[in-house]
Design a protein around this ligand. Structure first.
Ligand code: 5AD
Length: 349
């Protein structure tokens, strides 16, 4: 048996490995270790969540961003991005449509847009909370102050997604301009958890300069933070960013890491991301077979979908679109799964 498949078997039994073990499991992965992890992670997810996939309606409410992350299509420096922001009424209309389609979680995601002051964002959150008392409200709008996170929590938000992007500070500095701080980002995650949010962190797989050591650091970081959700997809270049000529992240490695994360953090909410579906046809279904249990279809108005381009060719139609939920259900049925109807709160304490 290969070194990697021996380590896979140990991870399946013990749900953890020493650093060197994780390193080798990733660096020396082979067909045998891949198959073992996929089967065990799929079984584990099914034993906890059944064959039900949680859905979250994603509302991309602004593509203005004050940050200049080197990988991201809506970075401040991208003059070609056609900027938009949704009004409160437009956002509520998205929720209304989503509610009718069966969504009980709304994810408000946007760039770090200074227009959305605490006052404006709290008003939007409170309006959604009032109109949809049985729904979870997830925010995903970057680094803000503790006071801001507290006010949004008071206004009715329940969950917050903020990918850590990489657990290695030196790697972080290669992906972001000098004015951005890894320490602040990580502090935000701990603050959010303290306030009571269910939090999601995560990273891209195959981002420029990423090493296997960095991925091991990501796994350790997540074990320590104990997030409720981990969002992870392959890096995909955007033509109007400094990383335009960089190779995309590997779908195969993304799937492998999904399985490792499921095994290390059995109850975590693990989305099969849009980036995974973009990088490979049927990628999200394969993600589910490898241990993922969440899908986040797009509820944004069509005009916004075209403009919220984090990377090239981002999926925005077909089963990716919330209005095609029947289509999504069909695709899930083909691999033996169905859509869950509840809010899908985290089981992680
Ligand atoms: N490829 C893949 N994912 C990306 N993101 C941003 N740009 C890209 C890209 N080029 C991810 C980041 C961010 C999330 C909203 O989208 O991890 O946190």
């Amino acid at each position: 048996m290969s070194k990697a498949s021996e380590l896979a078997r140990r991870l399946i039994r013990e749900h953890d490995l020493p650093d060197e073990g994780l390193y080798t499991l990733i660096a020396e992965r082979d067909a045998e270790s891949r198959a073992a992890l996929k089967e065990a992670a799929g079984d584990l997810a099914r034993s906890i969540y059944g064959r039900k996939i949680f859905i979250r309606g994603l509302i991309e409410f602004t593509n203005y961003c004050k940050n200049n992350c080197l990988y991201c299509g809506i970075r401040r420096g991208n003059q070609k991005a056609d900027r938009y922001r949704l009004t409160q009424e437009e956002i509520l209309a998205c929720c209304e449509a989503g509610y009718g389609l069966g969504f009980r979680t709304f994810v408000l995601q946007g760039g770090e847009d200074p227009y959305f002051t605490d006052e404006r964002l709290c008003a939007i959150t409170a309006a959604i909370r009032e109109r949809f008392p049985d729904c979870a409200i997830t925010l995903s709008c970057g680094e803000r102050s503790r006071e801001s996170y507290e006010r949004l929590w008071q206004a009715g938000a329940n969950r917050y997604l903020l990918r850590h992007e990489t657990a290695s500070k030196s790697h972080y500095q290669k992906l972001h301009p000098p004015e951005m701080s890894w320490d602040n980002r990580v502090q935000c995650l701990y603050t959010l958890r303290e306030i009571g949010y269910q939090v999601g962190c995560g990273m891209m797989v195959g981002s420029p300069f990423q090493t296997t050591e960095d991925l091991v650091a990501d796994l350790r970081f997540m074990q320590k933070l104990r997030p409720h959700m981990v969002g992870m997809g392959p890096f995909i270049a955007h033509k109007d960013t400094p990383f335009r000529d960089r190779e995309s992240g590997s779908v195969e490695l993304t799937l492998y890491l999904l399985s490792i994360i499921r095994l290390m953090m059995p109850k975590v909410l693990l989305p099969a991301t849009t980036a995974l579906g973009t990088a490979m046809q049927g990628g999200r279904e394969e993600g589910i077979l490898c241990g993922a249990n969440v899908i986040m279809p797009n509820l944004s108005p069509p005009s916004a979908r075209d403009k919220y381009m984090l990377y090239d060719n981002k999926l925005r139609s077909g089963a990716e679109a919330a209005e095609n939920i029947a289509n999504l259900r069909e695709n899930l049925m083909k691999v033996g799964y169905d859509i869950a109807v509840d809010r899908g709160d985290s089981l992680v304490l």
